[in-house]
Design a protein around this ligand. Sequence first.
Ligand code: PAF
Length: 300
Amino acid sequence: MTDKERSPILIIGAGAMGRLWAGHLSPHVPVRLATRTSPDASIQYTLVDVEGAPELVEVGPSGDTAPECVLVMTKAPDAEAALAAFANALPPAVPIILFQNGMGSQQAIAARFALRPVFAASTTEGAYIDDGRVIHAGRGTTWLGPLTSTATPRLGTVIALLRLSGLDVESDPDIEGRLWQKLAVNAGINPFTAVLDCPNGEILGHPYFEERIGRVCREVAALMQASGRPAEAPGLEAQVRDVARRTAANSSSMRQDVRAGRATEIDMMNGFVVRASAIHGLDAPVNRELTDAVKLLKQD
Ligand code: PAF
């Protein structure tokens, strides 16, 4: 069997990340791309690689063969409903890989589809859409780990499949630990960039950020400790400052969502911290203040 004769990989969500993966996988394995308007879209677009070289990507349609695996690449608030629309037609053994930011949506999906092999991914690939072209802004690594018990024995196979893309894919048996660390960074950067409407680096030194970041990290660290995750607020704050410095020129995903009038992922970031803290009898007033502030920017 050549790679082209395999069952397709179904990618749900045709934003920058979905198109980046479709562009890297489609030369090697059939790809089905599900957009908001079509479950098997036929689309063409230009993918500009990290060296700036443009390449034409043509995807689909791929027919109704059951997929070999499913990559869910919608925004976090849309993920569960988008996957549920396909679930009845998916054989139970098909691996499902969740690429959402923040926390909460992955756990809700893993609970709903607990008997299926469900994985979470955390990626540092950088991509955005500019004037219809997908720009691969920076190479990164995609970490993958199991969320359900049936996923654990399939980890190696799924990693080998995703490596057909040529992108860097690594395993992380404690993917939830990685998601917690990313949550802390997102909770400490994204709402500030959205409220201040500035690139990541400009939050550093701004009074709105400096007056709150210590307390944001203390609230996140308290929640992590209550959830059995080792965390210290000063370490989390150092990580937030380090990522803000290293991505100084980036416009965070939340700032981009607000600017584009899209729903933000605040409920899966600072909003998750507030809800999950309450379950442990903890209050998270600064995370609540930031959640409310972002919701006032965009009524989502
Ligand atoms: O959400 C984002 O934009 C990114 O996760 C991060 C790390 C804040 C960099 O922009």
